[in-house]
Design a protein around this ligand. Structure first.
Ligand SMILES: Nc1nc2c(ncn2[C@@H]2O[C@H](COP(=O)(O)OP(=O)(O)OP(=O)(O)O)[C@@H](O)[C@H]2O)c(=O)[nH]1
Ligand SMILES: [Mg+2]
Length: 358
């Protein structure tokens, strides 16, 4: 699963990319158009399970980010850029609220709601263009021959067209599973879940909890498939250079409960509809990523296809119950370990031991 970092020029996209992935880019590399990297998702649950097992290795979940560079005017008309952007599963739009006289905001003033809408309009215009071309084709084909599948496609596209013409991004539409299936192949930009990363000036870092109200983003934050996460690029860049203790001290000075990096990573994970389950043993304590709603057999497949094929049963215990019990054996004695079949829907934070054949 890939998340594309987008936004106007000079808003802090590459800075965010570096903070999330912890990849160091020298000045020359930082100017390149695109960067791709993987970020490990922090998980306190997993960290707490580690001392119970004393494992050789600990592996956190990971998500991939692509920094596609600035959305300068008409860039979405560039076909290579567009192809790259269509491939991502989710968008992270960096909106600039920090002031820097040396690098003025491309529009001049700072207005998060305006920038959020402006970029959305660009995405929507692009979708409308793509959709209209397909509709034209469909109408011609349907004149020649009526076909149920084509009529369904036309109906789904007309729904989208009506939304786009009233400036509603497709991510906000409620669609039937059948419509969703038809639309998947189009990879519409405004249909991708959207994370607005509000890049604050360091003077505002103490007010991080008021940002949504203060900058008129509450309505936006309440939309479906949308999240708003305040973030302070400058402070986060400082935190990245510090030891854990020093970082904790700096954060408490700013009144921050956790790094913004963690909030952005978690929000991305949630927007993508992902959850984690854990496997615990002496060789490795590890978080695995699956889509919310996956059953136990699918979850086994995240580890290995052999495990999915040879699935017999899953021993499942909630992470906090295991932590309380102190060991799997004791959790079993206490009746917290359940033996589940392949249709069991895996829950976020389950610790699973798969029994399999072959
Ligand atoms: N004060 C302040 N400056 C920042 C912040 N984030 C980034 N900058 C500065 O703004 C400039 C642009 O940052 P980048 O991260 O390169 O921005 P970008 O969006 O990737 O820029 P382009 O790729 O050129 O569109 C750099 O000089 C950063 O040091 C921030 O949160 N606060
Ligand atoms: Mg950049």
């Amino acid at each position: 699963m890939k998340t594309g970092i987008i936004g106007l020029p000079q808003v802090g996209k590459t800075s965010l990319f570096k903070i999330l992935t912890r990849i160091r880019l020298d000045a020359k590399a930082a100017h390149a158009a695109t960067h791709i990297g993987v970020a490990t998702v922090p998980d306190k649950r997993l960290d707490q399970l580690v001392p119970l097992h004393n494992p050789k290795k600990v592996t956190h979940a990971a998500v991939e980010y692509v920094d596609v560079g600035g959305l300068v005017k008409d860039r979405t008309k560039d076909s290579a850029f567009l192809t790259e952007l269509r491939q991502v599963d989710c968008l992270a739009h960096v909106v600039r609220l920090f002031d820097d006289p040396a690098r003025p905001h491309p529009v001049g003033s700072l207005n998060a709601a305006r920038d959020a809408d402006g970029v959305d309009i660009e995405l929507m215009l692009n979708d409308l263009d793509q959709l209209s071309r397909r509709l034209e084709r469909l109408e011609k084909d349907l004149k020649k021959k009526k076909e149920l599948q084509l009529e369904r496609e036309e109906a789904a596209l007309l729904k989208c067209k009506a939304a786009l013409e009233s400036e509603t991004p497709l991510r906000q539409l409620e669609l039937t599973p059948e419509d969703n299936k038809i639309l998947t192949g189009f990879m519409f930009l405004s249909r991708k879940p959207m994370l607005y990363v509000i890049n604050l000036g360091d003077a505002e870092v103490g007010e991080i909890h008021n940002v949504v109200e203060k900058h008129n983003l509450a309505a936006l934050a309440a939309k479906p498939n949308t999240r708003v996460v305040p973030f302070c690029g400058k402070v986060e860049a400082e935190l990245a250079e510090l030891s854990d203790e020093e970082a904790a001290e700096l954060m408490s000075g700013y009144g921050l409960a956790e790094p913004g990096r963690d909030r952005v990573l978690r929000a991305t994970y949630e927007l993508l509809g992902l959850i984690s389950f854990f496997t615990c043993g002496e060789p490795e304590v590890r978080a695995w990523t699956i889509e919310r709603g996956s059953n136990a057999q699918r979850a086994a497949g995240a580890i290995h296809t052999d495990l999915e094929r040879g699935f017999i049963k899953a021993e499942v215990v909630r992470w906090d119950r295991l932590l309380e019990a102190g060991s799997l054996a004791r959790a079993k004695e206490q009746g917290h370990v359940k033996l589940e079949g392949k249709e069991y829907i895996v829950q976020d934070g389950d610790v699973i031991l798969f029994r399999h054949s072959g």
